[in-house]
Design a binder for this molecule. Structure first.
Ligand code: HEM
Length: 522
């Protein structure tokens, strides 16, 4: 009997991990030939490409960039990890169809505990709940609404950057320094106050959220037991069944953190409920969310059927929305801005040019106004060029295909993980965008015709699920860089002749102490 079971298991294994994958390979090979590149990285999949690329070339994107340059007509890269087919869409027409048609997918879970930490937030929400959230939040991310945030971003920037060592000798981990600012900006934009003096699980709230997300990613990347659970039970159930002691404690830690944030939400809720006139309350996210929540709860008391289920805001969603903005907005902006400063350290003449533009528009940092930021045209080109050469988010978060379907002429099997590249490195198809592809040259973005195909340059993704925080990111980057260039000369850290770039979640410098600062003298 045991012998038969063993044979059946071996046959199942051979079918599932060898024959099925070979069938998929031959189906695509016969239909698309060289237009699809196949790769096999047992267990690692997509991560295997970036790991090999980083180890061999010091740049985790090198292999994907090279595929585009050497095979300009390639439609997609298919990566087999033995269990799951991962598809990285490269062709811009396919990307367009993929990004505009979100229905057949749901997003991969992300770090362990993600569902509990931010599963009801905007990045993960799906369908009607996502539409309600996006409509509700969009106004707050509009340029006009963000205008009011400029004074507080300036204040936070000054507080953190004025104390940096500026002897021209001390290496600075600039991205980590900027993270202090971007995390504080998210906290204050969301709550309208800082959370100073508060602790959760023994740590400052901002430190604890970052750690929860970081630890969740590293657990998922390193735990083979969890990987097996994922394969057997799927992502819906994996974090809920056969939990190890570590997993149980981790989920408890997330729940403690959620309850801590919910405590702040409840306190504000009771303050707002007492107000007779709410027209003058500060328009931070929490107030806006809670005013809507109060309105809904009142209406529901009078008529419990007034809203459809997806329209009702659960209190936990508010907590998850904060964590969502924190993880989506803090690291991305700090990394992109930090890399910009490293670029300026490498190119003193470019640094002088950007400083001259800032000085021509803004007299002193304290005078800086939102309108001034719009006048920094060369800076805009510079920031775009930084996104082209060093895109913090080179791929969108993979989506899981819920059913077999077609993206244009490209079949996507049920269960496949699908993502796309956000930047094209293809000189033949996009000669303006990719001219002298490896040269960092912001001037290319002064040419109004540079984007011949909208999907060739989508550092914030595109379609309905593009980045809601992109204007905020640019405002923050401009304010932080304006402060630095008005006060310091940015110098390279000569210890790192070469800086390597890697991506686990975000694409960023592997070396961290990448610049030095010297006080600027008149
Ligand atoms: C340079 C900085 C940034 C870059 C490069 C960036 C990039 C991206 C990209 C590529 C996506 C699409 C992800 C996907 O669909 O898988 C995205 C989505 C998102 N981003 Fe950003 N982002 C930045 C800053 C921010 C900031 C400052 C915030 C908010 C504080 C933010 C909040 C979000 C949210 C909530 C989403 C999900 C939108 C949705 O699904 O409707 N991002 N971002």
């Amino acid at each position: 009997m045991i012998g038969y079971i063993a044979i059946a298991l071996v046959l199942l294994f051979v079918y599932r991990f060898i024959i099925k994958n070979l069938m998929i390979y031959f189906t695509y090979k016969s239909k698309f030939g060289d237009k699809v590149v196949f790769m096999f990285y047992p267990l690692l999949g997509n991560f295997g490409i970036s790991r090999k690329s980083f180890r061999q070339y010091g740049d985790s994107l090198h292999i994907l960039k090279t595929i585009q340059r050497t095979k300009p007509d390639v439609k997609a890269v298919m990566v087999f990890n033995g269990f799951i087919i991962q598809i990285i869409i490269i062709d811009t027409q396919l990307q367009k169809v993929f990004l505009q048609n979100t229905k057949p997918y749901y997003k991969v879970e992300g770090p362990f505990g993600a569902r509990d930490a931010f599963g009801q937030g905007l990045v993960v929400a799906e369908e009607k709940v996502w539409t309600r959230q996006r409509n509700f939040l969009s106004n707050s991310f509009h340029f006009n609404a963000l205008k009011n945030r400029v004074p507080i971003i300036k204040e936070i920037t000054k507080e953190f950057l004025s104390t940096l060592p500026s002897d021209g000798k001390t290496p600075i981990t600039i991205i980590e320094e900027l993270q202090n600012i971007t995390s504080e900006v998210v906290i204050q934009t969301f709550f309208g106050e800082n959370l100073k003096g508060m602790t959760v699980n023994g740590l400052q709230p901002s430190v604890e959220i970052s750690k929860i997300i970081g630890d969740g990613f590293s657990y998922k990347a390193n735990s083979f037991a969890y990987f097996l659970k994922l394969m057997v039970f799927g992502q819906e159930k994996a974090s809920r069944v056969l939990n190890t002691t570590f997993e149980k404690n981790f989920l408890k830690r997330v729940e403690n953190y959620n309850q801590f944030i919910e405590g702040i939400v409840d306190k504000r809720l009771s303050e707002l409920e007492k107000l007779t006139d709410t027209s003058k309350v500060d328009e931070n996210f929490l107030n806006l969310y809670l005013l809507e929540y109060i309105k809904q709860q009142k209406a529901l008391k009078e008529n419990p059927k007034i809203y459809a289920d997806y329209e009702i805001i659960p209190k936990r969603e508010i907590v998850h929305q904060f964590t969502t903005f924190f993880f989506a907005g803090m690291d991305t902006t700090a990394n992109q801005t930090g890399i910009c400063l490293w670029v300026l350290a490498q190119h003193p003449e470019l640094q002088q040019k950007i400083r001259a533009e800032i000085d021509s528009v803004i007299q002193t940092f304290d005078d800086l106004k939102h309108e001034d930021l719009n006048k920094l045209e060369y800076f805009n080109a510079f920031f775009k060029e930084s996104l082209r050469v060093y895109p913090t988010a080179p791929q969108v978060i993979p989506r899981v295909s819920a059913r077999d379907h077609m993206v244009d002429d490209f079949p996507i099997p049920k269960g496949a993980f699908v993502s796309n590249l956000t930047i094209q490195y293809n000189e033949q198809k996009f000669p303006l965008l990719c001219k002298d592809i490896d040269t960092f040259n912001p001037d290319r973005f002064l040419d109004k015709n540079i984007i011949q195909d909208h999907f060739s340059f989508i550092p914030y993704s595109a379609g309905p699920r593009n980045c809601i925080g992109q204007h905020l990111a640019l405002i923050e980057a401009k304010i932080m860089i304006a402060y630095i260039l008005k006060n310091y000369v940015v110098l390279p850290n000569e210890e790192h002749q070469k800086v390597r770039f890697n991506h686990l979640f975000l694409y960023t410098s592997y070396e961290r102490d990448i610049i030095k600062l010297k006080k600027l003298t008149a």
